[in-house]
Design a binder for this molecule. Structure first.
Ligand code: ADE
Length: 281
């Protein structure tokens, strides 16, 4: 029997960022409240389908945007999607641009991150009762799933949206935006885009061996430009968010329908083995 013939029951976990979490993208919807050893996820899970593909949608900030990025229970979110049987994770995130050529409305399929967070639980393995046991020294050279990124890039391009095929996301603690000096420093560090949620989300997905890719959508030019009129504020973010959410929906609907034509067995297995190999028990 060929390895590729072992069926993997595909289920796609979708984490929707601010304004990018409309449950209407799923058909045959049902809501599910769940609990995990790490507490409760941000919101109810919405189980349903895109085409023939089973999906589970979770609003990262809860559906009323009630949660500050610092206080999102990232561990419960990732654990809940894993427990629900998700095999691949695709997330959306609004972000600021640190580059002139990445314009508000553009899509970036990020491939790296720089972690500037400092008040978040970023490992499942914390030695606490009822939590995963051991210490996970998870490799982070390639945090995002390359095959999943490639399918996303192809899809975004096929929709004629402006797609940047790679990019380094700087994740700040927030909830405040960056000062001009910080923003200029992040540019000098080769950051391309900036948000408040990619870390620890992608790290936790890696700890559980879940292939993870992100659709980052620029809403603003952060704070690095000379003219203070150009600096990010909430109204600038909101202005682009509506358009971005329509594009996010188009991308998700198309990419998820196309996923079953790829054999994900080896990709999923590789991620699981990487996660297992990281544990110092
Ligand atoms: N989310 C959207 N725009 C942002 C910015 N400029 N900084 C951090 N998070 C963001």
């Amino acid at each position: 029997q060929k390895k590729s013939k072992i069926a993997v029951q595909m289920k796609i976990g979708i984490i929707g960022g601010s304004g990018l979490d409309d449950p209407d993208i799923l058909t045959d919807r049902s809501e599910k409240s769940v609990d995990t050893p790490y507490g409760q996820p941000s919101d109810k899970l919405i189980c349903g389908k895109i085409g023939d593909v089973d999906c589970v949608l979770l609003a990262r900030h809860d559906r009323q945007h009630g949660q500050s990025p610092t206080f999102i229970n990232y561990r419960a979110n990732i654990f809940a999607l894993h427990k629900e049987g998700c095999t691949l994770l695709i997330v959306t995130t609004a972000c600021g641009s640190l580059r002139e050529h990445i314009e508000p409305g553009d899509v970036v399929i990020i491939d790296q991150f720089i972690d500037r967070t400092y008040r978040r639980e970023s490992s499942f393995y914390d030695g606490k009762e009822g939590h995963l046991k051991g210490v996970s020294h998870i490799a982070m050279g390639e945090p995002f799933c390359q095959p999943l990124r490639e399918v996303l890039i192809k899809t975004v391009k096929s929709l004629k949206l402006t797609c940047h095929e790679k990019g380094t996301m700087v994740t700040i603690e927030g909830p405040r935006f960056s000062s001009r000096a910080e923003s200029i420093m992040f540019r000098s560090w080769q950051g391309d885009v900036i948000n408040m949620t990619t870390v620890p989300e992608v790290v936790l997905a890696n700890e559980l061996g879940l292939p993870y890719a992100a659709i980052a959508m620029a809403t603003d030019y952060d704070s690095w430009r000379e003219d203070p009129q150009d600096h990010v504020d909430c109204s600038k973010v909101m202005k682009t968010l509506q358009k971005n959410s329509e594009n996010a929906e188009k991308i998700l609907k198309k990419v998820i329908r196309e996923l079953p034509s790829t054999d994900w067995h080896d990709v999923i297995l590789e991620h699981k083995e990487k996660a297992k190999g990281a544990i110092f028990a």
